[in-house]
Write a protein that binds this ligand. Sequence first.
Ligand SMILES: NC(=O)N[C@@H](CC(=O)O)C(=O)O
Ligand SMILES: [Zn+2]
Ligand SMILES: [Zn+2]
Length: 353
Amino acid sequence: MTSDTSRLVLTRPDDWHLHLRDGAALQAVVADSARQFARAIVMPNLKPPVTATQDALAYRGRILEALAHAGVPEGTFEPLMTLYLTDNTSGDEIRKARASGAVHAVKLYPAGATTNSDAGVTDLLGRCKGALEALQREGMPLLVHGEVTDADVDVFDREARFIDRVMLPLRKAFPELKVVFEHITTKDGAHYVRDADGPVAATITPQHLLYNRNALFVGGIRPHWYCLPVLKREEHRQALVEAATSGSPRFFLGTDSAPHARGLKEHACGCAGCYTALHAMELYATAFERAGKLDRLDDFASRFGPQFYGLPRNTGTLVLERCATEIPTELPFGDTTLVPLAAGETLDWRVQA
Ligand SMILES: NC(=O)N[C@@H](CC(=O)O)C(=O)O
Ligand SMILES: [Zn+2]
Ligand SMILES: [Zn+2]
């Protein structure tokens, strides 16, 4: 990376946690990711979820079609597909996924933890042994939404409890399994990943680096800052910034960009998810600059992710210019609209076209 005060030249980055949705929503958002990222790990929580290799391949085909339709040149953006783990996922399905060459990971959603997780796992070590053994053998990462869902656990403690109740027993039973603790939000998560034995890593979103939970309540309830796991207190945000900028290869970029129609966010029971694909690198640059660690952004965004997944690093570049950039207040989203994170605010950086 080269940097002066006005320009940052990065290796072309990848997004290791992305929701692209399907149909008109997919068409509306896919070019935003392709503008910045060379590859993305595409989450499988569609309705119905992507549970089989053949479904993942069909979904990949729809993403490539949407890219072509949006005028993105072929070969610019590679969707890396995932399967949604269920109580019934077999070891054979994992082997088939690996052999396809298109599926790169399997996602654990504890049942009921987040958007479209109803078909998720009810008892990981009880029900998914065959799949976990196959993942460990194939060297394919298990990606986890790391929150317990028990109604008696406080919503702000769900990630910390997940470490004790799921992560530790999982790592003990499958010590060689590659695990990515997705979108970590707490000091507990960051320190666990920093110190754990074996192949463990974590993705960190821009919103969890930039905001603490106060952002949810500035002058009233702010649904566009609501995602899961929910924003935490300032000490946790600081621990995440420290992890992301530490130079540890265990922490890398995953936006968790999760578009929901405006009307479903501004609702009596609003959906969880922040839309950040539009301006992800600008948001990350803002967070790294505030920490005085812009020189660490390249490794976080472009180097540590492919290293963990066993994929080559990209060869192209992405240029960020220092330039006041106003975030649009809304974007087209099929027959409705979408509000990006921090809509209407001004950022100091802009991705060069
Ligand atoms: N992060 C979110 O708040 N929402 C995601 C699901 C997820 O990643 O948990 C979504 O699909 O909308
Ligand atoms: Zn999640
Ligand atoms: Zn997500």
